[in-house]
Ligand binder design. Structure first.
Ligand code: HGY
Ligand code: MN
Ligand code: MN
Length: 404
């Protein structure tokens, strides 16, 4: 818990916790995490996309590894446990093994992923994608709010686009990936339960929609002659909510709207807004995206507006490995005496790592289900239960999952 507090000092600004990809605060946090990993005796390195990786050998050199991981980047004005708790707990598990010189039949690798949220460059799971595919999972031409591209940001950080592929790992190196993460929802709290395993992770589509109308004088252009980009976008944004309210398998959010020229007395000429659509069912999500894009085009035509749509990310829904789920479920029950399994509406690196090796996710209760907000909080007892569940998972894996 103290370490999650300490990590908040690496932030873009002191009074709103935010740490985004390839920034000075990312660099400082990476150095701090590397030091904590080294203190446990792990060998530590950084890969070509800024992930921090610690390795604790098993009983035999170069044994296949179980990865314990999560991300250490944040959303703007973030809470202090989303991602960070999973990285800190993973380090704590290795520290506990190392404290008694205990070696498991497999190695343990701790992955601190540098960019899961996609706060700076819009597309999420950037650096776990590089571990799985050896590429950054979207065109490198995407730019941040200041117009800086990923390629330039990598250069500034001392990395290069040419080397991204060296971050790739191979399935035969690993037995499993296990992530501890706050639930970011209210169900564990409703069930008066501290932790539980996750069955599957929602698929998501991130879109950027740009509407071009005609800027003009707010006082002199008669209403019927206007091509107001913002009122057109507003009708489209309401349609996102209407479509997603109509089907409880869907959630849809418009979290960003940029209006230009952005003056009170000027009719908006251009609006760009970002959409996040999710579902546990890929077909449901795809058809919602298609029907929304069709609506947007019709609305734009009606209003004499130009529309540009860009898919920034599509990530399929992913089922956690069923065998690993049984082991994690048993480990959680060892600690809580109970069993509950939850679906995750939030995306996680586990969804990407599932393409590399069997992936599992442990949820820990967070107060009122609040997340992506400074009020995000967990209790010390629950953090302890989560840590013990992760340790029990490793022990059960050691007993039952003999490395090949
Ligand atoms: O958006 C998400 O679900 C996660 O916080 N990246
Ligand atoms: Mn998050
Ligand atoms: Mn997260």
């Amino acid at each position: 818990m103290l370490r999650c507090d300490e990590l908040t000092k690496f932030s873009r600004e002191p009074n709103a916790y935010c740490r985004t990809y390839l920034t000075p605060e990312h660099r400082a946090a990476a150095d701090w995490l590397a030091e904590k990993m080294r203190e446990t005796g792990m060998t530590v390195r950084e890969d070509s996309v800024g992930n921090v990786i610690g390795r604790y050998e098993g009983q035999t050199e170069q044994a296949r590894a179980v990865i314990l991981g999560s991300h250490f980047d944040t959303v703007p004005d973030a809470g202090k446990y989303d991602g960070n708790l999973g990285v800190i707990t993973a380090i704590e598990c290795v520290a506990t093994l190392a404290a008694t010189g205990r070696r498991l039949p497999f190695a343990v690798e701790v992955y601190a992923f540098a960019d899961e949220e996609g706060t700076r460059f819009t597309t999420g799971f950037l650096t776990s994608s590089a571990v799985v595919d050896g590429i950054i999972n979207f065109p490198l031409r995407h730019v941040d709010q200041d117009g800086k591209s990923v390629a330039d940001a990598l250069e500034d950080y001392g990395l290069s686009v040419e080397n991204i592929s060296t971050a790739k790992r191979h399935s035969d190196e690993f037995l499993a990936y296990i992530e501890l993460h706050i639930e970011q929802g209210p169900v564990l709290e409703e069930n008066d339960l501290a932790i539980c395993p996750v069955t599957s992770i929602a698929g998501q589509t991130r879109l950027s929609i740009t509407i071009d109308g005609k800027a003009g004088h707010a006082g002199t252009v008669p209403m019927p002659l206007r091509r107001d980009a913002l009122t057109g976008a507003a009708e489209m944004i309401i349609e996102v909510e209407r479509v997603c309210r109509a089907d409880d398998r869907l959630v849809g959010t418009v979290g960003t709207v940029n209006v230009s020229p952005g003056a009170l007395n000027v009719i908006p000429g251009e609006v760009e807004f970002g959409i996040d659509i999710r579902s546990g069912d890929d077909a449901v999500r795809q058809s919602a995206v298609e029907s929304l894009l069709a609506f947007f085009r019709t609305k734009a035509k009606e209003r004499g507006l130009e529309i540009t749509t860009e898919v920034k990310q599509t990530t399929p829904a992913v089922a956690c490995d069923p065998e690993l789920l049984k082991i994690i479920d048993a480990a959680c029950a060892d600690v809580t005496g109970r069993s509950l399994q939850l679906y995750s509406g939030a995306g996680h690196d586990a969804a990407i790592m599932a393409s590399l090796c069997p992936a599992g996710l442990i949820f820990v209760r967070c107060k009122d289900g609040i997340s992506h907000h400074p009020a995000e909080s967990i209790s010390l007892d629950d953090a302890d239960m989560a840590f013990r569940a992760m340790m029990r998972t490793l022990e059960r894996l050691a007993e039952s999952w003999a490395p090949v």
